[in-house]
Design a protein around this ligand. Sequence first.
Ligand code: ARG
Ligand code: ZN
Ligand code: CA
Length: 249
Amino acid sequence: LSGTLVIPVAIHVIYNTAVPQENISDAQIQSQITVMNRDFSKSNADVASVPSAFAPLAANMQFQFRIASIDRKGSTKSSWGTADAVKKTAKGGVAPISPTTTLNIWICNIGGGILGYAQFPGGSSATDGVVIGPQFFGSSSLAAGYYSAPYDKGRTVTHEVGHWLNLRHIWGDTSCGNDLVADTPTQSTSNFGCPSFPHKTCGNTTNGDMFMNYMDYTDDLCMFMFSEGQKTRSRAIFAPGGARASFAP
Ligand code: ARG
Ligand code: ZN
Ligand code: CA
């Protein structure tokens, strides 16, 4: 893959008719695309807050996103869980559109305190894409709408699209685990809130955890970078033979 890859996005809004605010506006949807386009091109204003020790590692991922379609469906279901019912017409959901060339995003209440979830590359195209709760979609700084602070700046989608692009949680999902990226320091576990730099764990005594990385669990206002190693890992899936090669020109 060379240069910027433009990824079409199909948006599916599935709202509970008893909770009409779940039917979020086109403006709130557009605000999320704006955030993604900033975050995946290193043009988010808060990249300036990356500590100087990590600044040389902050990457322009060179992905851009364009809305291909928006569809909306009312439902009496109040929560959809994580078993992909929302992606299946027979279960009251909406099937993905052109999933081998389009990123599908379902916006619905998942329940269980879950903000979003994503399918890694290599899975079934029938369930490929990202699912996000409506109040975690878009940015309250850019459009009025239905939001839940401190996850109201669009970073849940940046994080989930990171998974869709093959990125693991930065702590490797186990104590001092491996995220398969060399330039992200090994860290003990997920960070929440807004830690202060440096936060040293697992013997990463130089600069500590890269807790401002989108693949940690910090607040939306406190995550603002991908690393060069994450860029290399994510772009590799678009090479010939890669799990998302069908998206490349
Ligand atoms: N808990 C979610 C996940 O595992 C996303 C967390 C997103 N964090 C955020 N600051 N928006 O995939
Ligand atoms: Zn995650
Ligand atoms: Ca690492």
